[in-house]
Design a protein around this ligand. Structure first.
Ligand SMILES: [Zn+2]
Length: 286
């Protein structure tokens, strides 16, 4: 399928790959010809295609494997990180690295904590070292603009630590950014999304309206909508306390209500966040 000629020391590849039988992730363009040049996903590229993209943003999605109540799957944070990352890449000339699917330890009052079956956590040092290794590799490959997109709140301090340590090594020639999807949300949209129930604050927005709406938009088949019930918000302790008291956390793992979630709200969040992030990245002089 791949047309290849050897010329001198180089392989020259035909950029258009005939891929007539499969529709692979919607990439088929004209007459069943897959234009691999258009993919933003590193996992779909050859190394030749990857090596031509080093002037682009290298975007690393980072998620978690964490309980999200009775109505959402364990993989929510990774799905959200990948979906946002791919939309950013389409807007700003980016390539999306395979997601880091595990994250730092869930905290009781932002993710339910580590005691739920299916919450599979990394230690802080493991996460920091993995991020450092991936940053080193991307920079060694020639990337100078790196965006880490984390959809799991608890990851942030350890990712920032890895960024700081690597940045001291790389110097001014490499820019490394860390983003999520909640900080860039326009305040007016937060008011609009919480039209029915009051905004409980971002820490308690776990498996609640925003994450549920985003999943209804990105992956509706994975949402068990009939499991969404009326509930009151979790009441956080005023301190971190170990060993963790399992009885202080709602039994089903939801920290606030997911009622009033909808795919339409998810769509609005995605469009707003992508617009705000894209504007920010395009204004950066790098
Ligand atoms: Zn989550």
């Amino acid at each position: 399928m791949l047309n290849e000629q050897r010329t001198g020391d180089f392989f020259v590849f035909d950029k258009r790959i005939n891929y007539q039988t499969k529709d692979y992730n919607g990439l088929i363009k004209n007459n069943g010809v897959l234009e691999m040049e258009n993919t933003t996903r590193i996992k779909e590229m050859t190394w030749f295609e990857y090596a031509r993209r080093t002037d682009d943003w290298f975007i690393l999605p980072v998620g978690a494997v964490e309980q999200h109540g009775p109505h959402l799957p364990l993989y929510v944070d990774t799905i959200l990180a990948e979906e946002f990352a791919e939309r950013i890449a389409e807007q700003v000339h980016g390539v999306v690295a395979p997601a880091l699917s595990y994250g730092y330890k869930s905290k009781p009052f932002s993710g339910g904590g580590p005691l739920f079956p299916g919450t599979i956590d990394l230690s802080g040092r493991t996460l920091q070292y993995i991020i450092e290794d991936i940053l080193e590799e991307a920079v060694r490959d020639g990337f100078k603009k790196i965006l880490i997109f984390s959809a799991h709140f608890e990851n942030e301090a350890f990712i920032a630590e890895a960024m700081d340590i690597c940045s001291r090594r790389f110097g001014d020639t490499v820019q490394i950014l860390l983003m999520n999807w909640w900080d860039p949300m326009s305040p007016t949209l937060i008011d609009e999304v919480f039209d029915t129930i009051p905004f409980p604050g971002w820490a308690l927005e776990h498996a609640a309206v925003t994450e549920t709406s985003l999943m209804m938009y990105f992956a509706p088949a994975m949402v068990r909508a009939e499991q969404i019930v009326q509930r009151s918000n979790a009441v956080p302790e005023i301190c971190y306390k170990y060993p963790i008291d399992r009885n202080s956390i709602p039994k089903d793992g939801c920290l606030a209500s997911a009622q009033s979630s909808s795919a339409e709200k998810g769509r609005k969040i995605v469009e707003d966040v992508i617009r705000n992030i894209t504007d920010y990245l395009k204004k950066l002089d790098i």
